[in-house]
Write a new protein. Structure first.
Length: 165
C-alpha cells in the first residue's frame, strides 16, 4: 500500500510501464549550456593528424617483417616428411631460434630503447626459454614448436612496433 500522494498508481496495484514512463518524463529537464560549445569543437575537427615517427622507420619495419617471413618460410620448407616425426620438432626449434636471433640482430640499435615495453619483451623472452626447455624434454611436440613460433613472432612484432613508434 502506498502513501505517496504523487504516486499515480491506485493503492495495492503494481506500476504499469506507461505510468512509470510518464513519471520519468516528468523528471526530465533540458539544460542549455551557458556558452557556445561548437566554437571549441570545430577547430579540433579540422586539424590534420600529425605524422607519427620518421620517414626511415617504415622501411626498417618492412625489412624486419620480410626477414621474419623468410626465416619462417625457410624453416617450413626444411621440414622433413610427416612420417619422420621423431625429434624433428626439436631440430626445427633450433633452426627457428637461429632465424629468430638473426632477425633480432638485423633490427636497428634504436630498438634497444624499449623502456616502456621492456616488461612485455622480457616476458616473451622468458616464455620462449621455457618452451625451448619443454622441447628438450619432449622433442616430438609439434604443439610446443607452434607455440615457440607464435612467441617469436610476437616478440619480433613488438620490437617492430618500438621502431615504428
Amino acid at each position: 500500500m502506498t502513501t505517496n500522494p504523487h504516486d499515480p498508481r491506485p493503492a495495492g496495484e503494481g506500476a504499469t510501464p506507461d505510468a512509470l514512463r510518464w513519471q520519468l518524463r516528468a523528471l526530465r529537464q533540458d539544460a542549455v549550456p551557458d556558452r557556445d560549445l561548437w566554437a571549441g569543437i570545430e577547430p579540433r575537427l579540422q586539424r590534420r593528424p600529425q605524422a607519427v615517427g620518421t620517414q626511415r622507420t617504415p622501411w626498417l619495419a618492412l625489412a624486419a617483417s620480410l626477414l621474419l617471413v623468410a626465416g619462417v618460410a625457410g624453416v617450413w620448407q626444411a621440414r622433413p616428411p610427416a612420417g619422420d616425426a621423431g625429434a624433428t620438432a626439436l631440430v626445427e626449434a633450433r633452426r627457428l631460434s637461429a632465424d629468430y636471433r638473426r632477425a633480432l640482430d638485423a633490427l636497428p640499435a634504436a630498438a634497444a630503447d624499449t623502456r616502456t615495453l621492456a616488461p612485455a619483451i622480457d616476458e616473451l623472452d622468458r616464455s620462449a626459454a621455457q618452451i625451448r626447455r619443454a622441447l628438450a624434454r619432449d622433442p616430438d611436440s609439434r604443439l610446443l614448436l607452434e607455440q615457440l613460433r607464435r612467441t617469436y613472432a610476437r616478440r619480433l612484432a613488438l620490437s617492430q612496433r618500438v621502431l615504428v613508434g
